[in-house]
Design a protein around this ligand. Structure first.
Ligand code: DI6
Ligand code: FE
Length: 405
């Protein structure tokens, strides 16, 4: 059944993962007015509460709607040819230095109209939704001109109007150096700081600003200028850091109060301490680890020891993670990085929401927005254990059932 916003909905006999832990007892959950109205153990549930409510489901595993907190979902073209080159031994960095990689997607994205970008991106968004996503972050970063970056952000916002999903947008102007600025990275950073960030902020098109702090991208000093401009315009800060080498980008971002630092395979203990001190979330992107055949492990034990919240995300993008199956990311976070299934699920719900500065999401508790998934499985760990599309029985967005099998 699909429901209407005015209906009070009730689920009984649930195995519940609430965003941080699995509850021991069978649970009941009620939703009303777009929010979670109540969460009870079956034992404590008063049948009088069911009066006037529609029983929407019985049994199964309920989790918060998944939050995919790091994607590059909007782009044109594909990079299948580059995939073939990499299989023959050409490295990601070599391809980038020869004008391919991110810049090949930039060429295709600059040529695409907003309508064409929407048409290209919707199937990817639909794949995320079919696997339980109710909130997705979408970055720009394949335009690299003022106009094309704003075009990408505008498309991201429009995707959120076309589908029942919360879209959080991030300006990633400092993703790669566009060919027009070859040899003048500081000049390009000027453009990011004095044109892109002010325009995106003024037009309400970006919730956050991100950078790629890496040898093949921008230096810590250049990223710092971007952080200063973002802060001056009241935008949150995120960073792609320590993905291919350790430049100290994570600690720098943390000093600027970053919501998250992402990738972090090469992060060291000083960096982990900086995250802990700042309350910055560490976002793991196992899809990129997999596609790049990376062997450097992110410092999971150090993150645990210092109490840094760990999120897991798809990094859906045409180069390093052309994968739109979030539950596969939970599986890979466990198999590659030895997260427990519950850590991986927290990483795709409560901690992912924190990485977006949206702490009200990713949790099942009274008062929270009612974004929920009901899965046809027996135990939450199955979401990470098995790799299988189609396990989503119901998807609830803002208190309304938008998918029912
Ligand atoms: N790191 C990544 O893994 C993606 N961006 C980034 O800064 C890759 C983007 C791409 O190759 O298109
Ligand atoms: Fe990324």
């Amino acid at each position: 059944m699909l429901s209407s916003p005015s209906q009070r909905l009730l689920w009984r006999d649930l195995t519940l993962f609430d965003g941080t832990r699995q509850l021991d007892e069978p649970m009941a959950v009620m939703v009303e007015g777009g929010r979670i109205a109540g969460v009870w153990t079956e034992q404590a549930f008063d049948p009088a509460l069911a009066t006037g409510a529609v029983e929407a489901g019985r049994g199964g595993v309920m989790t918060p709607g998944l939050v995919d907190c790091h994607t590059h979902l909007v782009y044109a073209g594909d990079r299948a040819r580059e995939f073939e080159q990499r299989l023959q031994g050409v490295s990601y960095e070599e391809i980038a230095r020869n004008g391919g990689g991110i810049l090949s997607t930039v060429r295709a994205t600059r040529q695409a109209s907003e309508e064409q970008l929407i048409e290209a991106s919707l199937p990817r968004l639909d794949a995320l939704l079919a696997d339980g996503v109710t909130c997705v972050e979408i970055k720009s970063g394949y335009g690299l001109t003022l106009e094309d970056e704003l075009k990408m952000l505008h498309v991201a916002r429009r995707l959120g109007e076309l589908r029942p999903v919360r879209v959080v947008t991030t300006l990633l102007g400092a993703h790669a150096l566009p060919p027009e600025y070859a040899g003048n990275a500081d000049g390009y950073i000027d453009l990011v700081c004095t044109a892109m960030i002010p325009a995106a902020a003024e037009q309400g098109l970006a919730d956050a600003v991100d950078v790629f702090c890496e040898g093949i991208a921008f230096s810590p000093a250049q990223c710092e200028r971007v952080f200063q401009a973002a802060a001056a315009h009241g935008l949150a800060i995120k960073a792609h850091a320590e993905q291919l080498s350790n430049l100290g980008g994570s600690a720098l971002a943390a000093r600027y109060g970053a919501l998250s630092v992402d990738h972090i395979e090469y992060l060291d203990e000083a960096g982990v301490q900086a995250l802990a001190a700042a309350g910055t979330v560490a976002v793991l992107l196992p899809g990129a680890f997999h596609v790049l055949r990376e062997t450097q492990q992110p410092p999971i034990d150090l993150l645990r020891r210092h109490g840094v919240p760990i999120a897991v995300s798809s990094d859906a993008n045409p180069g390093t993670s052309p994968i739109c199956l979030p539950t596969l990311m939970a599986n890979m976070a466990c198999t590659f990085f030895r997260l427990t299934p519950i850590e991986a699920l927290a990483g795709m719900t409560a901690h992912a929401a924190q990485a977006l500065g949206r702490r009200e999401l990713g949790r099942i508790e009274p008062g929270a927005p009612a974004d929920l998934c009901l899965w046809d499985i027996h135990h939450p760990a199955e979401l990470a254990y098995a790799v299988q599309a189609g396990r989503l029985r119901q998807r609830v967005f803002a208190g309304v059932i938008t998918h029912d099998r």
